[in-house]
Design a protein around this ligand. Structure first.
Ligand code: ZN
Length: 307
């Protein structure tokens, strides 16, 4: 049987929120089988649990926000991406403020944190959402066109194409493909950082956003070039970060997907629309488990992936 996974032990991180600039503590704890991923705001007078789900995403401007009632957690996508990249199913995430810490702007610090806690196999079948037919969302035309879609696939792969019309971005790889069965999340994707433009920073700060952002947790560009003195971590770091974000955005559905995802200029909002479009069509997907591990798609079957 292909089993669910949680952490072996508790692990902690401290950092600041990208948008709030607030100090925040994160405690990741093992959770029983079939719990899923549950954020817990432990700083509120009464702790509030916020289980991840496609419909719990309440805001997608700049980052993905998850909420229940008045309680919310902003910027969940990089942590969710690390959790999905390592194939974890069940986890409690205690958090002391309303935003996940940005750390270095990628998911590699979260990967390190999760790996150092160790991964435990649980005595319950890992449940997947298998996409049975194509589902697509699309917006705009010509220069403003963007779209995202799922196609059936025995595994999980993503293809993302960007188009920013910015000289520093245009000179890098514009299209990235990643297949969980062939490629290595930790090596190929996790280190790609978020990015921003100095011309937007002033506007963001006026709106109380990006207060914790800077050169040590983002790629920052003026109108022409990258300002970080060390340059880029990958030749195609921008498109890779969009893959990293998409892996996190899609995992809020609560279970790993068996699907091929492809997208052109998509973002947090459109990724969430795609999940909702899928869930709205019950004949387009089903829940599957693998009694025989050898029938499971590559990339999911290894009890602990080689990193
Ligand atoms: Zn991101």
């Amino acid at each position: 049987m292909l089993k669910q996974r949680t952490l072996k032990t508790i692990t902690r991180a401290v950092g600041v929120g990208l948008h709030s600039g607030q100090r925040v503590e994160l405690t990741l704890r093992p959770a029983p089988a079939d719990t899923g991923i549950v954020f817990r705001r432990v700083d509120l007078p009464e702790p509030v649990d916020i289980p991840i789900s496609a419909h719990a995403i309440t805001d997608t401007r700049m980052a993905s926000t998850i909420g229940v009632g008045g309680a919310k957690v902003h910027t969940v996508e990089h942590l969710m991406s690390a959790i999905a990249g390592l194939g974890l199913d069940n986890l409690y995430i205690d958090i002391t403020a309303e935003e996940v810490p940005i750390l270095d702007g990628s998911s590699s610090s979260f990967v390190f944190l999760l790996q150092s806690a160790g991964i435990e196999l649980q005595d319950a079948p890992k449940r997947f959402i298998r996409v049975k037919r194509p589902v697509e969302v699309r917006e705009g035309e010509g220069k403003s066109l963007k779209w995202a879609r799922f196609d059936p696939y025995h595994g999980f792969k993503l293809r993302f194409e960007i188009d920013f019309a910015h000289p520093a971005v245009d000179s890098t790889g514009q299209c990235v493909e990643f297949d969980l069965g062939e490629d290595n999340y930790v090596r190929d994707i996790a280190r790609a950082r978020t990015f921003g433009f100095t011309k937007d920073v002033e506007m963001l700060r006026t709106n109380g956003l990006a207060l914790g952002g800077g050169l040590d947790n983002a790629i920052v560009m003026d109108d022409y070039k990258v300002l970080n003195s060390d340059g880029l971590r990958y030749d195609d770091e921008f498109a890779k970060h969009k893959i990293l974000d998409a892996i996190g955005d899609l995992f809020v559905i609560g279970k790993p997907l068996l699907a091929a995802y492809s997208a052109f200029r998509s973002g947090h909002g459109m990724n969430n629309q795609l999940l909702r479009a899928l869930l709205d069509q019950p004949d387009a997907w089903e829940i599957v488990t693998f009694e025989n591990e050898r029938l499971a798609p590559k990339g999911f079957a290894e009890p602990v992936r080689a990193w």
